[in-house]
Design a protein around this ligand. Structure first.
Ligand code: NDP
Ligand SMILES: O=C(O)C1=N[C@H](C(=O)O)C[C@H](O)C1
Length: 265
């Protein structure tokens, strides 16, 4: 069976990679893309692609789902829009794979409810890279032994959300194994606001944004006279494509909501 895929965000850095990945995969067919800007009716007319990319473009997500039969919807846009698109996909009965990050807890809960009450698979994966998922799992393991940890995530300066979805997911996974406590000195005070980073259950998350970076994260664990550093680097967005392909295939077997690629590997 060929998997019919629709992608939102085809001009974006991730969206372009995803379009190429689906087009080159003979088990998949790109049946439509969603672009909120009315650039051209067909992807073949986009400057980012060529004449071989004959795929209809929709600027209304509802019209896309009414017109085209898709098996899987992929969102790679921004959280406000990605939330609306994914709800529309689930209402239309289309399984979804969401790489977009920056959703609020209540948005995630609403998507979980919609997916599970309708029995339609939905994967929200803050990071599709296998190495990043391993980094998160190793950090979760280490937290049982080292309860004092800080996360430093580093991304390109075009990134809109901070902290990254990966950093938040890492902190949530660490929280499951870490004894909750506030880190640092009792009398600690910031003389420059934000110097100690964001506070997640007493551990700190620091976000670096610089040109030249792609997606990188270090999780530091401090112990008596020692430091453990777990680090992952994505040097290229192709690092996300294996997990994206896997998610598109796996979501077809799912009737529930999955948050994190580690749950389907
Ligand atoms: N899960 C994972 O492994 C990964 C997830 N990501 C996440 O994926 C998302 C996209 O990342 P990236 O490709 O780097 O970002 P880009 O900014 O390169 O792409 C985002 C795309 O979304 C479009 N867009 C903006 N606003 C809207 C809207 N209201 N409706 C529809 N489309 C819109 C943009 O169009 P325009 O530029 O014209 O506004 C752009 O084409 C981010 O949330 C990022 O954090 C990124 C990498 C890996
Ligand atoms: O915006 C990005 O680039 C990335 N976003 C995801 C995140 O927020 O964690 C995944 C990866 O870090 C790249």
């Amino acid at each position: 069976m060929v998997i019919r895929v629709a992608i939102a965000g085809p001009r974006g850095k991730m969206g372009q990679n995803a379009v190429h990945t689906v087009m080159r995969d003979d088990k998949m067919e790109l049946v439509a893309v969603f672009d909120y800007k009315n650039i051209a009716p067909n992807l073949a007319q986009y400057q980012e692609f060529d004449a071989t990319y004959s795929v209809p473009v929709f600027s209304s997500i509802q019209t896309l789902f009414e017109t085209v039969q898709a098996d899987v919807f992929v969102d790679l846009t921004v959280p406000e829009a990605g939330f609306i698109h994914t709800k529309a996909a689930l209402f239309a009965g289309v399984r979804s794979v969401v790489g977009t990050t920056g959703f609020t807890e209540s948005q995630l809960q609403e998507l979980r409810y919609l997916s599970e009450s309708a029995g339609i698979g939905c994967i929200i994966a803050p990071n599709f890279s296998i190495g990043a998922v391993l980094m998160m799992k190793f950090a979760q393991m280490a937290a049982s032994y080292f309860p004092d940890t800080e996360i430093i995530e580093m991304h390109h300066d075009g990134k809109l959300d901070a902290p990254s979805g990966t950093a938040l997911k890492t902190a949530q996974m660490i929280k499951e194994n870490r004894m909750a406590h506030r880190q640092g000195a009792e009398a600690e005070r910031e003389t420059l606001e934000g110097a100690r980073g964001g506070d997640f259950d007493g551990m700190r998350i620091h976000s670096v944004r610089l040109p030249g970076l792609v997606a990188h994260q270090q999780v530091l664990f401090g112990g008596t006279g020692e430091l453990l550093t777990i680090r992952h680097d994505s040097f290229d967005r192709n690092s996300f494509m294996t997990g994206l392909t896997l998610s598109i295939e796996k979501v077809l077997e799912l009737n529930q909501f999955v948050y994190g690629l580690e749950n389907i590997l």
